[in-house]
Design a protein around this ligand. Structure first.
Ligand SMILES: CSC[C@H]1O[C@H](OP(=O)(O)O)[C@H](O)[C@@H]1O
Ligand SMILES: Nc1ncnc2[nH]cnc12
Length: 334
């Protein structure tokens, strides 16, 4: 295939950004939002179309909504558990989700998740931006794009979230929560707060934790708990995408003495209010985040993150595997 001069320019721009060449045939979308439990759509957006890319790892959880902000900026929205919440946390097709977002040109993912709190100070209704993860999944979720291929890669994951992106979000989320009207967003009469520098435990589920497990996670240093941040965050790192999680607290899990342990009914009580405030936060940050993803330095730490993670004997890598991996890392598997 040959390109005109302007197409060559476009192609260079995509390769410079570490994007899949496939994104040339789609509208360029730099920011992807993954909605969790209770968050199946965003507000204030105009739907342009749905896309459903078939990736080498299958189809995403749901067709991805390509929407425009009031300014015309495009963003992609994906419902993690499907639009009707039909996919359990252990079977979310995370590889397809991350690969599909990357194929659209996405560089930054803002993921939302309903979480249980392991700390008194993180109350239902509060928002938490974690910076660390403890993995308590059980090895049953495909968690690497390199699994089953002849290519071995060891992504760095010491800082599992895109720290610069998290820092950038912190102040903005705080501001939105402070400005949100007390009556509109209060949960049990209390105004939601923002917590930073917290550690999230990702458990397998679908059952909630026992009291003993919940107490153990507190001793380990866990602050909040969910069933979804992994392998999503690992795969975003392998695909060189900036990934940050906005965790919204729904319950106190099962560690509190003399209190009943968490139930789904309790989670549902707070989901609606949290989702409403999440939409508010998304509306407040997406425009600026898109501008940062387009030309700021915010996401530069992710680009090139895999450069020295891939083991070097490329002569022994199978061509079909290189072709597959090119979908997420076109710079290294051209
Ligand atoms: C509905 S309670 C448990 C469920 O909620 C969270 O989902 P998500 O992270 O997608 O908001 C949690 O991870 C569990 O999957
Ligand atoms: N207590 C909890 N444990 C795991 N995932 C959750 N999601 C919401 N609350 C949760």
């Amino acid at each position: 295939m040959s390109f005109t001069e302007s197409e060559n320019g476009e192609q260079e721009k995509y390769i410079h950004l570490g994007l899949s060449p496939d994104s040339r045939s789609n509208p360029i979308v730099l920011v992807g939002v993954i909605g969790g439990s209770g968050l199946y759509h965003l507000d204030n957006l105009t739907l342009l179309k749905h896309v459903n890319p078939e990736t080498p790892w299958g189809f995403p959880s749901s067709p991805i909504a390509i929407c425009t902000l009031p300014s015309g900026t495009k963003v992609a929205f994906l419902a993690r558990h499907g639009p009707g919440h039909t996919i359990s946390p252990s079977t979310v097709p995370s590889r397809a989700n991350i690969a599909a977002l990357k194929s659209l040109g996405v560089r930054a993912i803002l993921a939302f998740s309903a979480v249980g709190s392991l700390r008194e100070e993180c109350a239902p209704g509060d928002f938490v931006l974690p910076t660390q993860i403890i993995d308590r999944t059980k090895g049953i979720r495909p968690s690497s794009f390199f699994d089953g291929t002849s290519v071995v890669a060891h992504a760095g994951f010491g800082d599992p979230f895109a720290n610069r992106l998290v820092r950038w979000l912190e102040g903005r989320v705080k501001k939105v929560l402070e400005a949100a009207s007390e009556d509109e967003f209060a949960v049990a009469g209390v105004r939601p707060k923002t917590h930073t520098d917290k550690c999230i435990v990702c458990m397998e589920g679908p059952q909630f934790s026992t009291r003993a497990e919940s107490k153990m996670y507190r001793q380990w240093g866990g602050d909040v708990i969910n069933m979804s941040v992994l392998p999503e965050a690992k795969l975003a790192r392998e695909a060189e995408l900036g990934y940050a999680l906005i965790a919204t607290v729904t319950d106190y899990d099962s560690w509190r003495e003399n209190e009943h342990p968490v139930t789904a009914a309790e989670v549902f009580k707070t989901l609606h209010a949290n989702a409403k405030l999440s939409r508010h936060v998304a509306a407040a940050v997406l425009e600026d985040l898109n501008a940062e993803a387009a030309q700021g330095d915010l996401l530069t730490e992710e680009i090139g993150a895999m450069k020295f993670s891939i083991m070097p004997r490329s002569v022994e890598q199978k061509d079909e595997d290189r072709q597959k991996l090119k979908y997420i890392l076109p710079t290294y598997f051209a």
